[in-house]
Write a protein that binds this ligand. Structure first.
Ligand code: FPP
Length: 247
């Protein structure tokens, strides 16, 4: 922790820092294939890089970091790969329950928990509960997350409230919709970073990303992603001229 703080002090500060950075940790499979390794080896290294980058963002002063760990579509992968990702999450959660006590990070999970293994659901709840009062960076882990799934659930929830007479259709505003999403109360992502050459959103934060800036880093796969790459993305963001539809 102290190490990261020290490094942050040594680093040049950016003029404009995104309040919320969302990352698509892409390219694990290709990274492994290039080395003749099983795809799961890419996820193992990817999970290590995830830890480093989260700490780096915290040291930089980013308020919210969201990572895409597992999408609603990722169940289509071979069962052994799904299992490997779940095991990495399980390990991370167990480790975090120790580490988060020392750190000032609030952890939140975005996504549908119902299909997850019971022990993972318990670990998630414990991690959220034990970090709820932290006032440092918020780390969102998107797990069994899909933007359309999230919006569908929000619409269903609002429809139920209308049916129960708790909400008038005329009162449904963008703000009310945002309040029914997993990210309720959080700022929308300012910056979305995707390495590995794919230029798409892949059902990630589709409502929240309306005015996000995208930084695609084509020449790098997630397991090779470094703190210098993160700084390059932050520097690129600082150069952007955000107009939000104005002039
Ligand atoms: C995308 O690369 C990566 C994933 C779908 C899984 C990401 C999971 C981790 C980094 C590990 C677990 C996470 C935590 C938070 C501990 P890909 O497999 O689609 O790569 P490819 O496009 O090269 O095949």
């Amino acid at each position: 922790m102290a190490l990261f703080k020290k490094k942050a002090e040594e680093m040049p500060q950016f003029d404009v820092l995104p309040a919320h950075v969302a990352i698509i940790m892409d390219g694990n499979g290709r990274w492994a294939k290039k080395r003749g390794l099983p795809r799961t080896a890419g996820h193992v290294t990817g999970a290590k890089v995830f830890r480093t980058i989260v700490k780096h963002c915290e040291a930089r002063g980013v308020g919210y970091v969201t990572v895409y760990a597992f999408s609603t579509e990722n169940w289509k992968r071979p069962p052994e790969e799904v299992q490997a990702i779940m095991n990495l999450l399980r390990d991370y959660l167990k480790e975090s329950l120790r580490d988060f006590k020392k750190e000032n990070i609030r952890v939140r999970f975005l996504g549908d928990r119902a299909p997850l293994a019971e022990d993972i659901r318990d670990l998630i709840e414990e991690a959220e509960k034990s970090t709820a009062d932290k006032d440092g960076m918020c780390l969102n882990i998107a797990l069994n997350y899909g933007g359309r799934h999230e919006l569908t659930a929000a619409m269903r929830e609002m429809a139920k409230k209308v049916q129960a007479g708790e909400l008038s259709p005329d009162d449904i505003t963008e703000e009310i919709i945002s309040q029914h999403l997993y990210t309720a109360g959080q700022p929308d992502p300012d910056l979305i970073v995707r390495p590995s050459g794919e230029h798409r959103l892949s059902n990630y934060l589709i409502w929240q990303a309306a005015y996000a800036e995208y930084v695609f880093m084509d020449d790098i796969l997630w397991p090779d992603f470094t703190t210098a790459d993160m700084d390059a993305a932050l520097a690129e963001y600082a150069r952007r001229n955000r107009r939000f539809g104005g002039v």
